[in-house]
Design a protein around this ligand. Structure first.
Ligand code: HEC
Length: 141
């Protein structure tokens, strides 16, 4: 009896880990798809496309990365100490999303060329935030 109980506890623990691994993976794939839509918007100079894609992306990025405890739960045991990176990345992403939205809405009354350049640069900084965290979490230590 004790053995059966122990086995099921272990099985439960294993399935919880894989559920969070699955959750992390599918959420990351969603962010990836949405960021690619943003990139498409920029490359085809589709302002409305950029706006709708960046809004969806921003919402999901914040939901996934904005809460340290939630993100920590999704990380495997040997990586949990890297959860700080999530909130840091969420802030970098939110800051650059705002730059893009302000440019799209011409909040500061700037030329179209300047707005395009600034928002495109902000897009690359968002991508950099993805790379930055991957470099850290994929490192051995
Ligand atoms: C706070 C850290 C962090 C940030 C920021 C982050 N990721 Fe991830 N990402 C991970 C972790 C952890 C994994 C899972 C382990 C692995 O793949 O090394 C992962 C995995 C992935 C995967 C692979 C999913 C699969 O199929 O296995 C993709 C794609 C991905 N991320 C895209 C992105 C994109 C796009 C961004 C930026 C918008 C981003 N990530 C930002 C931590 C992060």
């Amino acid at each position: 009896m004790k053995k059966i109980l122990l086995t099921s506890v272990v099985a439960l623990a294993l399935s919880v880990t894989s559920v969070s691994a699955y959750e992390l993976k599918s959420n990351m794939q969603l962010l990836n798809a949405e960021l690619r839509e943003v990139q498409q918007g920029f490359i085809t100079s589709d302002k409305d496309g950029v706006k709708s894609a960046i809004e969806r992306f921003a919402k999901h990025a914040n939901e996934l990365l904005g809460n340290k405890e939630k993100f920590e739960k999704m990380l495997p045991a040997n990586k949990k100490h890297k959860s700080n990176e999530a909130v840091m990345s969420a802030q970098i992403i939110a800051h650059n999303v705002q730059i893009i939205l302000d440019a799209v809405e011409n909040k500061y009354n700037q030329s179209g060329k300047l707005r395009r350049e600034e928002s495109q640069r902000a897009y690359t900084y968002i991508e950099h935030a993805c790379f930055r965290c991957h470099n850290i979490v994929r490192d051995e230590n």
